[in-house]
Write a protein that binds this ligand. Structure first.
Ligand code: EPZ
Length: 419
């Protein structure tokens, strides 16, 4: 795997356009399976996960063409409804194809999904919801054999507002005769975007963004064109980076409402912020202040996908902060690497106590997962001296050439290709 070589200490200056949301595009790609006509997705992001999702579609017979940042997806020629382990285990979102394949073919076979090693990542809520719609599921050594021949609309109460389970159940219900209701569903912006995409193709779904979504079954979907929302986690990552390092940046194509929980935590902290539509400018001329407590929550609470990055910032803040991770049971693994840079952090269960110190110092550190790796890069940018961040292909799953973006902002960073 590649590494990043970072010479820390530079402030950030410049302007970036935020790319399209990984976690919106992934379920939308699964949703393409529902449609046997051409779908065109604009501003298509070439993250490793989105490229692997295209490979999954191609593995079941879809044709996927990328022309610059336009993806042309034709699922008419799909002739399989089985996703093999080798592909399914590469990413979490492979499981989103289950609902779409069941909708289209009334059967599906899929290996357990992969995804960042931030917890057990079970799929019991997906399975329970599908069974609630009449799907028969046999789990044979981590491979699911699903029979949807007796599927019917109904009411599903989710025990937890799981993002993926909500997306899977929406796609399972699109063609079910009558009305399906999903109660206690996730409210993330990426759910709203998936529903907007499916409705644009002719689905009849309401309530997205609330905790009750209703799907009125339709006969089929048309083809169409769609531009997914921008990535709120990438925007949040660069905002946090600037708060850590100081400087003055402008980010374009930001869905500001989708990062309000972060912005409110940074209010009166260390940055002057101005927001004009989808453009956010911030200037930082002092060290960040500690934040007494941050708890990760489902949307619209503080996003778990920004937890490692904010902890990285708090490690150089003035004072002591507390961060509680409520979504994933092992999402503090990166802290051991932050400590190699000198951070003073104590983790006890799902709580991290971060005592801010004046400086971090360059060292060799590991990326264990996508957002933990991003947190290492942020720490390397602010640390004095050289930092080597290893295994950065984890970061490539959700950021497109992050080193190019950071170079544009004045960071002294080079990618060292694995020999
Ligand atoms: C999505 O994962 C995102 N991934 C994650 O982003 C994000 O962290 C997460 O939602 C929460 O916002 C994609 O959209 C591809 P969940 P997902 O189901 O769907 C438990 C990133 O960095 N759970 O809402 O897997 C689960 O263990 C990634 O971009 C069950 O117990 O998240 C977790 O504790 C990381 N049983 C909690 O629910 C289930 O069947 C939230 O999981 C499903 C989930």
């Amino acid at each position: 795997m590649d590494s990043f070589y970072i010479n820390g200490g530079n402030k950030l200056f410049g302007e970036l356009e935020i790319g399209t949301s990984k976690n919106a595009v992934l379920p939308i790609l699964a949703g393409c399976i529902l449609c046997d006509k051409k779908v065109i997705l604009h501003k298509f992001p070439k993250y490793q996960d989105t490229l692997n999702m295209l490979k999954i579609l191609q593995s079941i017979g879809a044709s996927c063409e990328l022309i610059d940042d336009v993806a042309i997806i034709d699922c008419q020629s799909i002739n399989k409804c089985r996703i093999e382990t080798e592909l399914a285990s590469k990413l979490r979102s492979s499981i989103f194809t289950l609902g779409a394949m069941l909708s289209r073919f009334k059967k599906a076979q899929i290996a357990y999904p992969g995804g960042c090693a931030i917890g057990a990542r079970p799929i019991d809520l997906h399975i329970k919801g599908l069974q609630g719609l009449g799907v028969k599921i046999v789990d044979k050594h981590g491979f699911l054999y699903c029979d949807g021949s007796n599927m019917k609309s109904g009411v599903i109460n989710l025990d937890f507002p799981s993002v993926g389970a909500t997306e899977n159940l929406i796609m399972t219900s699109v063609f079910l005769k009558g009305k399906t209701k999903i109660i206690n569903c996730a409210r993330e912006p990426e759910i709203v975007d998936l529903v907007n995409f499916l409705n644009c193709l002719g689905a009849k779904i309401s309530g997205a963004g609330t905790s009750v979504i209703e799907i009125d079954g339709v006969k089929n979907l048309n083809g169409g064109e769609y531009t997914p929302i921008s990535d709120r986690i990438i925007a949040g990552t660069y905002i946090i980076a600037t708060c850590m390092c100081g400087g003055k940046i402008t980010l374009k194509n930001v869905c500001v409402d989708n990062i309000s929980s972060l912005l409110s935590k940074l209010k009166n902290n260390c940055c002057k912020m101005s927001i004009k539509g989808a453009k956010i400018s911030l200037s930082v001329d002092r060290l960040p202040k500690a934040i007494s407590k941050i708890e990760t929550q489902v949307f619209p609470g503080f996003p778990t996908d920004l937890q490692p990055q904010i902890v990285s910032m708090l490690s150089v803040a003035r004072g002591t902060s507390v961060v509680v991770e409520n979504l994933f049971e092992s999402r503090f693994k990166y802290v051991s690497e932050l400590k190699k840079l000198g951070a003073d952090i104590i983790v006890n269960g799902n709580t991290a106590v971060i005592k801010g110190i004046p400086n971090l110092y360059g060292a060799q550190v590991q990326s264990f997962d996508l957002r933990g790796g991003a947190a290492m890069v942020l720490a390397g940018i602010v640390a004095k001296g050289y930092t080597i961040v290893r295994d950065v292909n984890h970061i490539d799953r959700g950021y497109f050439c992050i080193e190019d973006d950071l170079k544009k902002l004045g960071v002294d960073i080079e990618r060292i290709k694995e020999v």
